[in-house]
Design a protein around this ligand. Structure first.
Ligand code: SF4
Length: 334
């Protein structure tokens, strides 16, 4: 159920990477709110800044990246705000992995090759004081592995990561992430590294556990099919900015931003036989050298002179649907 009770409010977030080649403005002034119990998707092509945004929420942006401006207000309980950007390492440790959990794209990178997956889950719950002993931790591991539909769960608990398939590793990571009963789960392209049938199974597990535990899920993806299946609301990112945000049905029925329209047109329709699959011409701009005005203008079929010179304003076409585009600045154009 989507309530109107915010769990995370992001205001004017800027995340920059200070490299030898220059400043990479990966996330450049974005704001959004995620409500308790919903699934919120950040969608866009690779290089749009969605993963960096997700990492910023958990304060795991790798160096030389830095949150240079903005607020990330997390509400573990209604009415109890914590500004994640201001927390010290000790306070962060209490929140990260405990109240905010993160599922990475590559499960191998998230697991320690030296320990069994059951040990890694037991260690996590013991560290966060959820169980008193490793024995209890292992019992919980077996229970959670069954919940994520790990085949032969009681035996897999004793396996090392290299003994598991990609899908099993991702199930282990999801079990570990959920073992601390987090309030917010951030899943960053959780199925990209898996083959298609396993992708569907892993997403089913996530969907079911989210419902069971009334979790809030932030899903990072470039897959519009997953967006349609999983999400309540969607924010479309392009070159470090949010260019459109809307409830999922509205976005699919009535996309407004030219980029959103092109993303949707690029989704293959299995019922239609076509010579060539649609794609979006051009590529995401180099963040070291962003175009002036609207960052999408070099690829936009509707670009006007103004688009090349001035940043477009944010326009609310309804209380829940906003778009950043000159086409809508003087009233709506379809
Ligand atoms: Fe296209 Fe202009 Fe809208 Fe940018 S502001 S998406 S260039 S029409």
């Amino acid at each position: 159920m989507t309530g109107r009770d915010p769990i995370i409010v992001v205001r004017d977030l800027h995340v920059y990477f200070y490299t030898h080649a220059g400043i990479v403005r990966a996330v450049d002034g974005i704001s959004f709110t995620v409500y308790r119990g919903e699934t919120f998707c950040l969608v866009g092509e690779t290089g749009c800044g969605k993963s960096v945004t997700a990492k910023a929420l958990a304060r795991i942006v790798p160096p030389p990246g830095k949150i240079v401006k903005g607020e990330i207000i997390f509400y573990p309980e209604p009415g109890k705000p914590i500004d994640v950007t201001k927390l010290g390492e000790k306070e962060l440790e209490r929140i990260r992995g405990r109240l905010i959990a993160y599922v990475f794209q590559d499960p191998s990178a998230a697991l320690d090759p030296l320990y069994t997956v059951g040990y890694q889950l037991a260690e996590t719950v013991k560290h966060h004081g959820i169980v008193k002993s490793f024995k209890e931790g292992f019992q919980l591991a077996a229970k959670l592995f069954r919940k994520v539909l790990m085949p032969d769960a009681d035996e897999r608990v004793k396996a090392y990561p290299h003994e598991l398939s990609g899908g099993m590793k991702q199930r282990s990571v999801i079990a570990i992430s959920l073992s601390t009963e987090p309030k917010l789960l951030i899943a960053d392209e959780p199925t990209t590294a898996l083959d298609v049938t396993v992708q569907a199974q892993v997403m089913d597990v996530l969907k079911r556990l989210k419902e069971e535990k009334n979790l809030t899920l932030i899903l990072i993806t470039h897959n519009m099919g997953l967006v349609a299946e999983m999400c309540d609301r969607v924010a479309v990112m392009y070159a470090g900015k949010i260019v459109e945000e809307a409830p999922v049905d509205e976005l699919f029925k009535q996309p407004l931003h030219p980029y959103t329209k092109m993303l949707l047109q690029a989704v293959p329709d299995p019922s239609r036989r076509v010579e060539r699959l649609e794609s979006i011409p051009g590529s995401v701009p180099n963040p070291l050298n962003l175009p002036p005005g609207c960052r999408f203008h070099p690829r936009c079929p509707h670009a006007l002179k103004r688009c090349r010179e001035e940043e477009p304003p944010e326009v609310y076409v309804s209380p829940s649907h906003r778009v950043v585009c000159w086409l809508y600045a003087g009233g709506r154009r379809g």
